[in-house]
Design a protein around this ligand. Structure first.
Ligand SMILES: Nc1ncnc2c1ncn2[C@@H]1O[C@H](COP(=O)(O)OP(=O)(O)OP(=O)(O)O)[C@@H](O)[C@H]1O
Length: 239
């Protein structure tokens, strides 16, 4: 499976995405990175048709943007930045809430994220990290072939961040996974490919191994060094 993206978008007069073009394939985790305000969230919303960009988003050649929303929702799922639910659904009800969730999918999704045993508890019992896992389970229960996640590890401690990233790593063999990541070290460690946005444009694209500190300095405006620890590349910023 292959997702081909080429989109531009403006909020009124203000151009926020300028012909951003990239391809995401099944089997790889693609991370969208870039500074605050670069257009990362706008890009995900444009890709799922919450916003109406110009250009095209093709999943195996089919243009998602020209589909009616219900048809599109079967093919691609968006996980927004986490905000805690106000109502006390059970965890199971919460995961079932998506439009295309089936019983079997809900059970498989809850088991996948390790929340099956707790499914009868109110979702408000969950910690921030566990809630993020419930959000991923809800996306999985939709059964679509592509999942886009906006900062799935924001507000999570390092342990829960790793849990979420490991989960996404396990999913990439069966789905297209695109995640906006703020934590560049998580991106370096887990992403197979990085798309770096700056002021609404794709500034750089490549593998974590190809990323040079100079590129980060140009985009983020801080001194950056990349060290190697046990074969992993680690970013040190500001020193
Ligand atoms: N509803 C809106 N109306 C007008 N401008 C907006 C709107 N939403 C976002 N913007 C602007 O579009 C630009 C891109 O915002 P976006 O939220 O996509 O950036 P981001 O890269 O996700 O940032 P962050 O890392 O801070 O979440 C910003 O300059 C922002 O101010």
């Amino acid at each position: 499976m292959r997702l081909e993206v080429r989109v531009s978008f403006a909020y009124g007069e203000r151009e926020v995405l300028k012909s951003v073009e990239f391809t995401a394939e099944m089997g790889e985790l693609l991370a969208i990175i870039g500074p605050n305000g670069a257009g990362k969230s706008t890009l995900l919303k444009a890709m799922v048709g919450i916003l109406r960009p110009t250009g095209s988003v093709r999943l195996d050649g089919r243009d998602l943007l020209s589909m009616r929303p219900p048809e599109r929702a079967r093919l691609i799922t968006y996980v927004p930045q986490s905000s805690f639910p106000e109502f006390a659904f059970t965890i199971e009800e919460f995961v079932e809430m998506g439009a295309y969730a089936t019983r079997g999918n809900v059970e498989a999704a809850l088991k996948r994220v390790g929340l099956w045993e707790r499914r009868k508890e109110p979702v408000t019992n969950l910690s921030g990290g566990e809630y993020q896992l419930a959000l991923v389970a809800r996306a999985l229960a939709q059964g679509s072939g592509a999942i886009l996640l906006d900062e799935p590890t924001s507000h999570l401690d390092i342990n829960h961040s790793l849990m979420v990233m490991e989960l996404l790593k396990g999913l990439k063999e069966e789905k297209i996974i695109v995640a906006v990541l703020h934590d560049l070290n998580l991106a370096l460690r887990y992403a197979d490919r990085l798309v770096l946005l700056k002021e609404g444009e794709k500034y750089w694209e490549g593998t974590p191994e190809e990323l040079e500190p100079e590129v980060l300095e140009e985009v983020y405006g801080v001194k950056a060094r990349i060290a190697e620890v046990d074969g992993h590349r680690v970013l040190l910023a500001g020193i």
